[in-house]
Design a protein around this ligand. Sequence first.
Ligand code: FMN
Length: 306
Amino acid sequence: MSKVDLNVKIGNLTLRNPIMLASGTVGYGNEISEFIDLKKIGAIVTKSISLKPRKGNKPQRILETAAGMLNAIGLANVGIEKFITEKIPFLKKQDAPIICNIAASTIEEYVECVRMLDNEDGIHAFEINVSCPNVKEGGLQFGNDIKMVGKITEKVRANTAKPIIIKLSPNVSYISDFAQAAKKEGADAVSAINTLVGTAFNIKTRKPILYNITGGLSGPAIKSIALAKVFEIHKKVDIPIIGIGGIMNWQDTVEFMIAGSSAIQLGTVNFIDPTTAEKVLSGLTDYCNENNIEQVSSLTGSYQLN
Ligand SMILES: Cc1cc2nc3c(=O)[nH]c(=O)nc-3n(C[C@H](O)[C@H](O)[C@H](O)COP(=O)(O)O)c2cc1C
């Protein structure tokens, strides 16, 4: 019997536990629902939605690397109208908080998406993707520009009372400056990190393997970078952090919480073992019980520096 209180708070949203499924790795929740009981998950983050449907980049779009994967999907998605009519009804039935991830190439598009979804009671929060490395417009152009991140946050904030999470890019020198800009303009939390820019070449043809040439690197290869980014934000900015990047198991989850995360997201690992979220939940619960931790939230930022 679990004694530990696993609840965590992201703005005014209380999650039953800190384990979320990361954007782009579980579609709109339906495929993974065959493997795990979504009622046990802290929250599902949807694939990035844009105002209009997007086909994404041409193949090849993904590639396995030594310790992770490169993807250049290019934000392929059904667009907001189909998302509302075809995807939200399924998500609403899941009894799991739904965080809608939004991507756009202009500030107006972000605002329009938030407006269109704000009345949907199936959507509990917004994660604003200002950090996709695989698209020509928006994406990193925004994620690398502090003023732009501040402006997007400000405009989105003015159009919803639901929690706003800004998903930050690691492809910058000081991620905490971006977290600070998001906080100043009213973000409830930041998620860190999105993927790092990487590439790969075929040594026979000497051509890039990905059609898009570069892609986003994810998986265990980026874990220590992600941890350092979370730690940097935690030391400098007082805002809830959702840690993401190479989390494979409950031990990684505990480590991300100690480094400053209030919650975490599982991404690439869902492709390796789609039941990981349930395993992380039971491992985290056992760890707390064995260490007499009454509230999982007390782990957040509990590092001991020399
Ligand atoms: C195939 C794939 C697609 C992704 N699509 C999105 C997306 O649409 N929006 C987004 O914000 N992040 C997207 N991501 C990034 C992940 O949500 C996550 O930030 C990143 O993969 C790091 O976590 P991980 O190492 O646990 O995978 C995608 C990642 C992968 C591997």
